[in-house]
Write a protein that binds this ligand. Sequence first.
Ligand code: ARG
Length: 459
Amino acid sequence: QENMLWGGRFTGGLDPLMVTYNESIHFDRIIYAQDIRGSIAYARANKNIGILTSDEFAAIEKGFKQVHQEWESNTFTIKPGVDEDIHTANERRLGEIIGTGIAGKLHTGRSRNDQVATGMRLWLRDQLRLLDEHLTSFLRVLTSRARAEISALMPGYTHLQRAQPIRWSHWLLSYGTSFQADLERLRQLIPRVNRSPLGAGALVGNPFNIDRAAIAKELGFDSLIPNSMTAVSDRDFILETLQWATMLMTHISRFSEDLIIYSTAEFGFVRLADAYSTGSSLMPQKKNPDSLELLRGKSGRVFGTMAALMMSVKGLPSTYNKDLQESWETMLDGVKTTSDSIQIATGVLSTLTIFPEKMLAALSPDMLATDLADYLVRKGVPFRETHHISGRVVALAEKESVPMDKLSVKQLQEVDSRFGDDVKSCFDYEASINKRTVVGGTSEKSVIEQIETLEKMLQ
Ligand code: ARG
């Protein structure tokens, strides 16, 4: 323990399992570049207040360039049992390169508490910007399909029972609208992640009046965290990310579930590309939608990372506690799983084949029973009454064992004399769909409006 960065007051050795239990280097090494960047900014600010001379700062900056280079070229050697985390590893190596006389001044007024929060935030904000790009690409695929395939009609479902006819594009945009909200939420979240904790010290704030704003500016942060105790202990930026990811993954999961159903032989609305399907080891004919099933399954996993971190932080006393190190793995797993999932969903959607004739064949005239009721509404009959009348027509068709649209005008008039000769115009799927011209409806006009709104956001 004496060898450790904090070893001064220790004499005994750590339990060997405690060494590995405690260390985080195997996962936090991912932020080697952000840790170095943060240290250089911190050193520059210390130079500006006279804690470091210009020469010392120059040596530190140069030394760190070499450390960075070693990480990049995979020649950095982690010292087991000594380099417990990325912060100690980088500082240890810097000392070997430029001498501990100068390297030992770097950490003045700083704590790993403000250091780790800085590195995590720098890393996460860049990841979230990448997620923005992935989600934008997904939505671009979705909107361009919605445009290209606007003429495909299919059943819309409630309770998974055929309800009313819709456009395939309207189904696409129903998810598009949720993903659009996810994109909005992401863009609101990024500035809250992108705040600087550096200069908070262990918990009370830097004693040398370091210029926190200058550091934040150099690191590209949008703002400062205004309280030093919050700065070192806050992991809400990760929690919020995982909550955001959980909601997004829920949308991905439901989207996948629909497509899994639509890809069955019984539905046959869509077919997945080979690139996103796998076969069976036993049944030669099988082609399984594994990609969609994994998307559905991984949504549970992302929820799990969110729940795990919520549990880890819920009872913590003020400021830094080692429990906070648990935020690392939930963050890394949640972010990677979400990022991969959005990209897989994009791949699936961009290579999907649709079968509009199958979708059309799945429509049935009884799905127009509401239109039949609406026909009488337009003639001034109260809807509650027309609903009943139309219901009697449904029953009659069932009794006669004919589709509703095959009943004669005379038969319809026997149910209700107010049905006119033009009543058969109700039994037209396309016409039914195009009556839904309200904002957000399934008519061609309304769907195009939805596409245009989404396209505007994606520009
Ligand atoms: N690896 C630690 C973490 O991720 C760094 C902070 C350590 N701070 C401390 N006071 N022990 O949380």
